[in-house]
Design a protein around this ligand. Structure first.
Ligand code: ZN
Length: 135
C-alpha cells in the first residue's frame, strides 16, 4: 500500500454535510459523484495530499443506509492507494483477509476499488483503490 488515499464518512444528508464540511475545511468539494451500483451519492474534498469522501445512501439497500441504521453517522472506511490492485488483492487474500469483491470494481473518483471485510481487520472497513489511468 502506498498511502492513505481518503477517509470515507457516512452522512445522512449530503447537501447539509457538504455545507458543514465546506465550513470546516474552508473550501468546497472538488467533485460530486453518484455511484449507482453502490447506492451512494458522494462528494470529495482535497485536504493537502489527502481526501475526505462524504457518502450518502440513495436507497435502503445501500451499504451506507445499513451502516447509518446500525452505527449512526461517522467514519465509514479508510481507503489506501495501491499500485496494482489485483496483486494486492491476491496478497491480502493469501494472508487470510476476506475480500468483499473478488474482482476490482469501478468506484467513485475514477478508481478501481476492493473492500476488505471489517471482521478480518479489527472492525475497520478498508478500501483498496487504484487510479484508473486514462487511455
Ligand atoms: Zn471510498
Amino acid at each position: 500500500m502506498i498511502k492513505i488515499e481518503h477517509i470515507g464518512i457516512a452522512v445522512k444528508n449530503l447537501e447539509n454535510s457538504n455545507q458543514l464540511f465546506a465550513k470546516l475545511f474552508n473550501q468546497s468539494p472538488y467533485k460530486l459523484e453518484m455511484v449507482a451500483s453502490e447506492g451512494v451519492s458522494t462528494s470529495f474534498f482535497q485536504i493537502g495530499d489527502n481526501k475526505i469522501e462524504l457518502l450518502e445512501a440513495t436507497n435502503e439497500e445501500s451499504p451506507i443506509y445499513k451502516f447509518i441504521e446500525k452505527k449512526g453517522e461517522g467514519i465509514h472506511h479508510i481507503a489506501f492507494d495501491v499500485k496494482d490492485i489485483q496483486q494486492e488483492m491476491e496478497r491480502l487474500k493469501n494472508e487470510g483477509f476476506i475480500l468483499l469483491n473478488e474482482i476490482p470494481k469501478k468506484g467513485a473518483d475514477n478508481k478501481l476499488v476492493c473492500f476488505l471485510h471489517p471482521k478480518t481487520t479489527n472492525g475497520v472497513l478498508i478500501e483498496l483503490c487504484q487510479e484508473i489511468l486514462e487511455a
